[in-house]
Design a protein around this ligand. Sequence first.
Ligand code: HEM
Length: 161
Amino acid sequence: RRRSFGVKAFSEEQEALVVKSWNSMKKNAGELGLKLFLRVFEIAPSAKNLFSFLKDSTVPLDQNPKLKTHAMIVFVMTCESAVQLRKSGKVTIKDANLKDLGATHIKYNVVDEHFEVVRYALLETIKEAVPDMWSPEMKSAWEEAYNQLKAAIKSEMKPSA
Ligand code: HEM
């Protein structure tokens, strides 16, 4: 079964805005990813409990390698999503299998509100990372790329029963 997630057209300009800012943030992706999730936990402290590797960990949050990895994945996949949206009008999950992604987020009780908080924190983090490039157009390009990626993941987050 094939599905398309892209409804609105994603323009070359939008892709360029995402790629340009990503190229400038890439070298700090680990730090920025951490910053993103520290902000998420500031807004929604209980979200920490979703992550198995945070629950019983004595490693400080800002030094947790697994948190850093997940955070970077969110950044990288959102950027890739922008590229795919422009190329084919839809999000294709590459490295991770979409079904697994959906199943994992269901299993760990990730809900829509979490995706909302992460989107907000992602945009804030980018805004602070590239203040000179930031614009309403850049914001909406990242937002659209994230929303489409979220829709792709959520389409596979159906409770199995
Ligand atoms: C696991 C990506 C959003 C919480 C994962 C994995 C990937 C991923 C690749 C590991 C794959 C697997 O185990 O199947 C993403 C992407 C997101 C996103 C691309 C957004 C576009 C979120 C949000 C939350 C979240 C909003 C909650 C705040 C988790 C948790 C796990 C996970 C709890 C399992 C971690 C563990 O092993 O304990 N995510 N994620 N993710 N994600 Fe996300």
